[in-house]
Write a protein that binds this ligand. Structure first.
Ligand code: SIN
Ligand code: CO
Length: 383
């Protein structure tokens, strides 16, 4: 639970609209990771890491991409640098649990949890993002300055890999301490500076761009459009000017294009697959071969199952009221009477045996959960 935070008020007045500072959102917050552990992770190749340094060798803002050698951290200066680590929720269950505190937003809108560790005066520079973010101060203090003024295209540093704003004027500023959190909608300029060694967690959201939507939908659909489906004009009446593309012709073309989007079932099936096919990696899943009996016995013993954080799952009700389940970019064929389980699978990420055992009396439901386990989407978790 986020403290001092009213979900209804937030959604009505702030989400995608305006910034909100939440003091003591997580009272007495203790980060589940140390600076040393973060530095250790930045040396691994399975995680995306970056170091941003200000005024390094005469460059105003420099960006280095990981993985880093351990020795890189002993050569960093006392101040003016930041280490960023992406996708921490996929590595530590504690971070995945933290991400699920934000489940008042649909899970398909959630991106990931990034940590930033700043030395004194460390910053990634004034910038804006295309997505909503909650900035949770995890340790130490950071000064955040923000501005809701639009930024001119020519007010970004040239050749900067980070799209840093050249001339930034703060409209509001706050000092955030551990447990405080700042929500920013997209396109609000922000500039956070570490006042001492400090750690910030960014809970980031995603919103597909119109270009992405169109290109994915068209890619998905195009193979079904056979070559014999063509522009036709049996109603052609003679035209005075052969060089003119008439308004009638444009209307026909428009109708051809619009008709591709009218099939709601096709749209639902594509969107479910498209939106769950995001930074997922089925190759890393650990498959199992338990029978439903073996599975339920182990489940009873362990008490809890946890969904693998990198597995993306969503469901939708189609026009006919049927439930469709999507996992990592694939539509899953549901066994009869397993809708309750499918929904639970998507709506939660921890599944307590005691809460599920009645549902699992049903043979199909048990077989279904066992199938999800065997595919590696969920694992036993006794913490
Ligand atoms: C940071 O925590 O330093 C950067 C996070 C952000 O600006 O989105
Ligand atoms: Co940002």
């Amino acid at each position: 639970m986020i403290d001092n935070f009213d979900i209804t008020d937030f959604l009505k007045n702030y989400w995608q609209k305006k910034p909100l500072l939440i003091r003591s959102a997580f009272p007495d917050y203790q980060p589940p990771i140390s600076a040393e552990e973060l530095a250790g992770l930045a040396c691994e190749d399975f995680i995306e890491s970056r170091i941003i340094q200000e005024n390094k060798s005469g460059i105003k803002w420099s960006l280095e991409n990981g993985p880093f050698r351990e020795s890189r951290f002993s050569t960093l200066p006392e101040s003016h640098w930041t280490l960023l680590i992406q996708g921490l929720n996929k590595v530590f269950p504690e971070f995945d649990d933290l991400l699920h505190q934000f489940n008042f937003i649909p899970s398909w809108r959630v991106d990931d949890l990034m940590a930033s560790y700043a030395a004194p005066e460390g910053s990634v520079g004034p910038h804006l993002d295309q997505y909503d973010v909650f900035l949770l101060q995890a340790s130490g203090r950071r000064k955040w300055m923000i501005s809701e003024q639009p930024v001119d295209e020519d007010n970004f540093e040239a050749d900067s890999p980070l799209k840093i704003i050249k001339h930034f004027t703060a409209e509001l500023e706050w000092i955030l301490e551990a447990g405080d959190m700042l929500y920013l909608p997209p396109n609000v300029s922000h500039y956070g500076i570490g006042l001492e060694n400090c750690m910030t967690f960014s809970i980031g959201f995603r919103a597909p761009s119109h270009a992405e939507l169109l290109s994915s939908y068209v890619d998905d659909h195009i193979s079904e459009l056979t070559d014999n489906l063509r522009y036709n004009d049996p109603d052609l009446s003679g035209q005075q000017n052969p060089g003119e593309i008439t308004s009638d012709a444009i209307s026909k073309v428009q109708e051809i294009l619009l008709s591709q989007f009218k099939d709601r079932t096709r749209l639902e099936n594509w969107y479910g697959r498209f939106i769950t096919d995001y930074l997922t990696n089925d190759e890393n899943l650990e498959e199992n071969e338990l029978t439903p009996i073996e599975f339920i016995n182990s489940y009873k013993e362990s008490g809890r199952l946890r969904r693998i954080a990198s597995v993306r799952v969503n469901y939708l009700y189609d026009q006919n009221g049927h439930l469709s389940l999507f996992i990592n970019g694939t539509k899953y064929t549901l066994k009869p009477d397993t809708n309750e389980m499918a929904k639970l699978f998507c709506n939660q990420h921890i599944y307590v045996y005691e809460e599920l055992k009645t549902l699992l009396d049903d043979e199909n439901t048990l077989a279904f959960l066992c199938e999800l386990f065997n595919a590696g989407y969920i694992e036993f978790s006794d913490e």
